[in-house]
Structure formats: structure tokens, C-alpha cells
Design a protein. Sequence first.
Length: 351
Amino acid sequence: MSLTYANMPLDRCSNQRKNTRWLTSEFNHQATLFCIINDGMSLFADDNSFTPIYLPKSQLDGLSINSCIYLGKKILGKGPQSTESTNVRSLFAVDFEKLRFSSQEHLLNLGQWLNLREATPNLTVLDASVQALAKALVYWHNTHQFCGKCGSPSRSVEAGHARRCTECRNMTFPRTDPAVIMLVEHLFPDGIARCLLGRNAKWRAGMYSTLAGFVDPGETLEEAVIREVLEETAIVVENPQYITSQPWPFPASVMLGFTAVATSTTIDITKDDLEDCQWFSREQLAGFATGANVGINADSNASTNVETNVETNVEANAETIDDTHQFKLSSGDSISSYLITAWKNKDIGQY
Ligand SMILES: [Zn+2]
């Protein structure tokens, strides 16, 4: 099993990109491509093939290096291919709003703009990772235009991987909010192991997911696991074990996957915002519908709550969901789905 958005085919060239001469050379190279992000959405071919479109500089009138964010250099044999060149060198991300009107018009006629998660089931794992990186960095620039210290405008520096205040010179760096997400298990007296899954009222009918929450300042990841489960369900857990992580640029998180063992079993969801929470056996999970290709629009930037960030605004797709009473797994691109499936297959957990 492989986690979506977690297969980066680019070498970020973190040292080289700070060198202006090197960066300019990459920017001007004819094999360099540009990934455009428009209001959080990515550009795809118009033919429903969900092929992401990366453009050469020749198609982006008057493009300024100062408005571009360096993503990385393609690792040989991996990653996006241009329709015009098979010899991709470097990739940059650009905010659509930073383009000249003539380029914007050109792009609007070139393809369709889609939320990344809508296209993800049809993308290669490599393209999904590149698009996620571009989306995360463009979002960060858009939401950090001013200095957090003195309030003056800041400007992009270091190939788009930092911003410096134009007045006090304060530097800020791309922000990623850590969130823990945990598969909680318990071996019941009947000898059957069950895992704890909850659902938010905003999710599509029948969908259940692992519990999740943001890490507080001054808190270890393990403490966050224990606190979040207790807050949401009143279940006491111990022994959090780290499993894996996933970039989650919806809008700016990294999901840190854990297992934990429950020492209590009585669920109380009245203190938090879950609509329901239940214990499910592996046998029950086997009857869940998978969420790999359901209609999703989980891209709200407004929410500060990770549970709703994880699967917010999930819209039922009439073509794929015909039984609203059936239990369903969270969508296939999520670490939640990964953890539940791994536990079901006995690849993780104690029981
Ligand atoms: Zn400042």
C-alpha cells in the first residue's frame, strides 16, 4: 500500500535553490515546466483524462522569477512529463493571479481547473505529490502576505521557500500544521478485536473515519493522541505507536498516523463534535464500501478543525453512492483509509 501525496519525485535542491544564479538558470532552461495553481485548484486536460498540465515558460507571457516558487528537479525516470518535452529539468509553481492577463486567458482556454482531491483517484502517485506540494506553497504565500511581527508587507525570497518583511526583515517559513490521526483498538472480552471509528455530521452518509486532531503547542505527538481520543470519545488510550505520515495540503497539514490501545470501551461523544462513534470488528470492516472514487470536495480553507479538514464538505456522488445506509470508509486518498485497511489486514496494531 502506498499513501497518496507521499511519493515525491522531485529533488527539492534545498541548497542550490538559494543560489540566485543557479535558480535563474533553472528558471530560463527550456526544459523547465511550471505548475499553475488557481484559487487552490490545479489545471487538467479538458478531455476528462485528468492529465495534469505543466507549461513551459514560452507559454507564460512575461513571467517573473520573483512570482515563482521552486518545487524541485525531476529525479530521473520519475514525475511529470511535458507534452512537448520528455526532458523535464525543474518544476516551479505559480499562482494564476500572478500571471499576466494574456497568460490567464490562454490558460482558461487550455484545460479545466479542478480541486486536487477530485482528480487524485485518476492521477499517478507522483503527479499527486507534485500537485500537493505546489498547492501547499501557493496557499502559504497567499495567506502570509504580511509580517506577523510588525504588519508590513512581506515578499517572497529563497525561491519561494521563505518570506521576508520589507520593513523589519523578519523571516517566515512555510507553515505546516501537525495533526495526529489514530487507529484505536481494543480486545473485547468476547475475544474479538475492534477499532474505534467516528463520523462527523458533515460527512457523506455512512462514512466513518479514524479519530484525528491538531497537535497543541507544548505537546508531544503521543500526548496529542491520548488527549484527542479522550476529548472526542471519553475513551482512555495508552501506548501510542507511530506508523507513518502523509502530507495533507488541505490546506496546510501533515497527518501523523498512530495506533493506540484503548483501556476503556464506553463511548461518550457528548463533549465534542462527533455525530457518532462506534467499535467495529474486522468482519464488520470487510463489509464497508471503499471510498476510492467517491465524489469529494474536501478543500475548505476556512476550517480550523482537523476532523473537518480531513473530510470536510464531502459530497455524496449520486452515481457512486446508491445505498446511503451502508457503512463506508473514508476516501481512498486519506491516511485514515490506509490505517483502517492496514489494521483490517493485521499489518498494524497489537490485536
Ligand atoms: Zn516586519
